[in-house]
Ligand binder design. Sequence first.
Ligand code: ACO
Length: 379
Amino acid sequence: MADEVEVIRGLRGVYFDTTSASFVDGEQGRLIYRGYNIHDLAENSSAEETFYLLMYGQLPTTAQLEEFDKKLKGSREIPEEVISVIRLVQNAHPMDVLRTAISALAGTDPSSDISDMSVEGSREKGIRLTAQAPTIVAYHHRIRQGLDPVVPNSNLGHAANFLYMLTGTEPTANESGLMDTDFVLHAEHGANASAFAARVAAGTQADVHAAITSAIATLKGPSHGGAAEEVMKMAIEIGEESAAEKYVSDVLGSGGRIMGFGHRVYKAEDPRARHLRARCQKLGEERGDPKWFRILSRVAEAMEPYKARGIHVNVDFWAGSIYHLLGLPEDIFVSIFALGRIPGWTLQVTEQLSNNILIRPLLKYEGPEDVEYVPIHQR
Ligand code: ACO
């Protein structure tokens, strides 16, 4: 083997295709969905409108948005068979339950047949999964507490209905607005690990359910979607704002990492973080519980010197405390991330399918060669 072969570990900095889905500008700290700046979408759009923009490539007209909303609302129910699967695995981590239930949905989807690999058919499956996944997460959360599932409410929008199915109580406009913005901010992010996993599956012509199951499996890890859960655990462990600085120096001093900081692409501040920071502060004050915002702000201050090394706060840093203030348990934080990202994964899959190629890189072999095979009784 030629020694001069260049190995790019972790595919860092490698472009493997082109896209019109999103632009993650790591140097400038910009995020663009289909040409639109994330700040404009976070301030002005809704989850439904942003999902439409991502999946269809343009902002909808009023009639198109109504039609899309109707389609989402009409697809929220999940079949009894899948509810039985949720009951069977109810003691698992919510991400494992979501992954398993999405996989099970492949067996009940009207067109999950491998032969329907058209872009349009795949997008329709992605829309159904976008609508069904919140029901899975909410039903599981109720079932594991011994409570009856709360059936979807078609009077409520995507974000409000999710909170309603979790608690059985209609959320306030502020609560549903927070969840809505969170879904907008998490909807798409280029070739991150989970989207790459989805594309690898689609590259083999596996169907949308297979690709999204792969993506959910990949999102689970603490280096990716699991960070929000870890951030909240960190805030609880720190306990009070005066202890934040010492906590950070102890973790970094022992070679550890502060969760919610750093990003493979962003070497400036993650543009999504500021929207959640402001909302975290406001929600904490409204709830009379500003402690978490204060603790996390002190952690961020202690991490200031790391900005010079390109380590900035990322989207997960503030997301966890918002979910906590909304009364949601830490172990569903990463599932909430997944619910927001299904439209983005769908788009990544349809884009891959529209100009498909098998994604198959190489590993440079560094093991021995020409080892003599010795039969088992002679070893
Ligand atoms: N805290 C302290 N140091 C850090 C952190 C952090 N959170 N992140 C990176 N570094 C340091 C590393 O120790 C390393 O230092 P070294 O060069 O002295 O060894 C350097 O920065 C580069 O780190 P890499 O791991 O090579 O960077 P990579 O691009 O592979 O990692 C990652 C990105 C995995 C996100 C990393 O920053 C991390 O582990 N962050 C914490 C987990 C987290 O917040 N994940 C969420 C990511 S955003 C998302 O998925 C939505």
